[in-house]
Design a protein around this ligand. Sequence first.
Ligand code: COA
Length: 419
Amino acid sequence: MEALKGVRILDMTHVQAGPTCSQLLAWMGADVIKFEPPHGDATRGQLRDVPNADSLYFTMLNCNKRSITVNMKSAEGRQVFVDLVKICDIVMENFGPGVLDRLGFTWHKIHEINPKIVMGSIKGFGSSGPYADFKAYENVAQAMGGAMSTTGMPDGPPFVTGAQIGDSGTGLHLAIGLLAALHQANRTGQGQYVEVAMMDGVMNLCRVKFRDHQRLTRQTLPEYSVPTSQGMGDVPRAGNDSGGGQLGNAIHCKPHGANDWLYVVVQEAVWEGLANRIGGEGLVKDPRFAKIADRRKNQNEMWKLITDFAKGYTKREFMAILNPLDVPCGPIMSTEDLATDEHIRGRDMWVELDHPQRGKWWNVGMPIKLSASPAKIERSPTLGEHTDEVLKEVLKYDENKINSLKQAGAFSASPKKAA
Ligand SMILES: CC(C)(COP(=O)(O)OP(=O)(O)OC[C@H]1O[C@@H](n2cnc3c(N)ncnc32)[C@H](O)[C@@H]1OP(=O)(O)O)[C@@H](O)C(=O)NCCC(=O)NCCS
């Protein structure tokens, strides 16, 4: 049985941060009802690659959900919303600041309608503090949560990371909060409001940089390959340094293209074997690298020696040399490498799906593996595909009621006047 079977979610989320959370919950078996405005989640039409088909932006973040369109700017649409709130376990949204309040639905109001419901909200900066009124997208959160100032090289511009830590990372945080609050609601009968700010989520993911921030008040950061000094204040960008207690770096390999790199961690325990393989007895005995403190101090020379050795090998060949020495390492894998990787396919992390508008396409699979409840990945819904089904089966509305709601414009963009 699916782990979240029987949990019903009213999912008002849009774009990436919210949908990434509700998709995970759907993959764990929740009945996720994607509640869309009549024109749909804006991402359905963004970055389209197939004319008139839902974009990959939408399809890759909205699998296993049912779609219902409701016009919340009509009184009838708001009544449908209220009826759903009464029978759902979770309601979730990631609108801009104040949007739900303007529609008349504060957390206080929603809690009044259904005291057991758990409400999840993602905001750029949360509902309190000087930034509360600002909207946010991925890179705004990366900029303001500490990720950009610590990514890149010290003498170059700050960089965003490709991993969507602001959006998808915040969605993961929300999923944890929702499941905890749901567990509590099941014991106490009382729901609660779960808020995750994207800025907070990014800061949480930058936790080790704040470790270094405080260390700088007392010392330099000897493991950094770039210069640091006690009291310098800001944690510097440090390229591809490992960020942990062990030294690490990306090593360029043959044929020296954009992704011909191997990330190598020179773990303390493996230095002797590694040194012996790349430089023989002379390097093992070299005092510049004898102890980890020496290797930290002289790490740029050490990386140069390793890079010189790697020049004759591809990243996979170099990896094959390092694996028997127990050196932790991994090739920098391109999207094409991953999409064709046997390991990834074997773990259902690149999954082929079919879609009525776009035909065959691929999604990244479910990264959380439950032994008794494996995810069964199904395509995303077309806009309003399940409106009638939800009205009949979930809300138990009869034909007459559905027709009069339709006439009143509860599900359409421009409310029609009743004849
Ligand atoms: C992402 C974001 C910047 C997009 O901004 P936006 O496109 O202007 O959308 P908003 O969420 O501010 O507003 C949505 C509008 O649609 C309307 N709407 C939403 N659902 C509706 C429905 N079912 N029926 C009718 N109208 C609806 C809202 O009432 C609102 O209209 P208003 O501006 O008149 O109040 C913003 O939603 C945001 O900051 N979200 C929180 C942070 C976040 O999640 N960001 C990451 C996104 S990946």
